[in-house]
Write a protein that binds this ligand. Structure first.
Ligand code: AP5
Length: 212
């Protein structure tokens, strides 16, 4: 299956992606994770990306499109993939269509996670992540996140772009640059809107239903 996960920051894309790849066995391609790893490794890409990411701005299309096009050439993507956080602009969506066409592939579904703004601000303000492999934790409702990751013992931290100012900027950027993709994929006939409120399990059941 070739799937795109769309939704505002904090909608639960990473959380649902972990479940989807476990169930369907598709490779998970998260541009956010790829860029954060580059920042951590202090590569040229990471140095370019960091200044945009920390402010909640998008990394330029010219940078991100090339990364995904290269990744999709990997043999593990031949029978399917899950794109999380890409595309994020109409230019990225058009480039993705072209890359897929060149490789005789088509998207099967675009899952659009829908959740209101107050809820995403709540979720992002209480998110903690593993600094090694990105496992996601939440301190919402008084929950306690571990100091080290339960899977790999990496340090559990707050993402730099989960500061209040960056959260608000990311939401604005989503509205201006990413929301138009809802119409783009609706016109293509592959948009599957899914309510992302309720528990993680409830949302996952809806995702599975949308994919069936
Ligand atoms: P990216 O990492 O993609 O961030 P994002 O889209 O802002 O999304 P998040 O990772 O913040 O949220 P999520 O939807 O994955 O939610 P999560 O599952 O963690 O991108 C980061 C940056 O990289 C961008 O700002 C940009 O600079 C750059 N970038 C990336 N891709 C790019 C591209 N294509 N082009 C240009 N730049 C790009 O959940 C959030 C919290 O909510 C967690 O604590 C979780 O436990 C909790 N939660 C999840 N589901 C539920 C639920 N059902 N109920 C209650 N809590 C829940």
């Amino acid at each position: 299956m070739r799937i795109v996960l769309l939704g505002p920051p904090g909608a639960g894309k990473g959380t649902q992606a972990a479940r989807i790849i476990e169930k369907y066995g598709t490779p998970h391609i998260s541009t956010g994770d790829i860029l954060r790893e580059a920042v951590k490794q202090k590569t040229e890409l990471g140095k370019t990306a960091e200044s945009y990411m920390s402010k909640g701005e998008l990394v330029p299309d010219s940078v991100v499109i090339g990364i995904v096009a290269e990744r999709l050439k990997n043999p593990d993507c031949a029978s399917g993939f899950l794109l999380d956080g890409f595309p994020r602009t109409v230019a990225q969506a058009v480039a993705l269509d072209e890359t897929l066409k060149e490789n005789h592939m088509e998207l099967d579904a675009v899952i659009s996670l829908e959740v209101d703004e107050d809820e995403v601000v709540r979720r992002l303000s209480s998110r903690k992540v593993c600094s090694k492999f990105g496992a996601i934790y939440s301190t919402a409702g008084g929950a306690v996140a571990p100091e080290t990751c339960e899977s790999c013992q990496g340090q559990v931290i707050t993402r730099t772009d989960d500061q209040p100012e960056a959260i608000l900027r990311r939401l604005q950027v989503y509205k201006d640059q990413t929301e138009p993709l809802i119409e783009y994929y609706s016109k293509a006939g592959i948009l599957k809107p899914v309510s992302a409120t309720g528990s993680v399990d409830e949302v996952f059941s809806r995702v599975v239903e949308a994919l069936s």
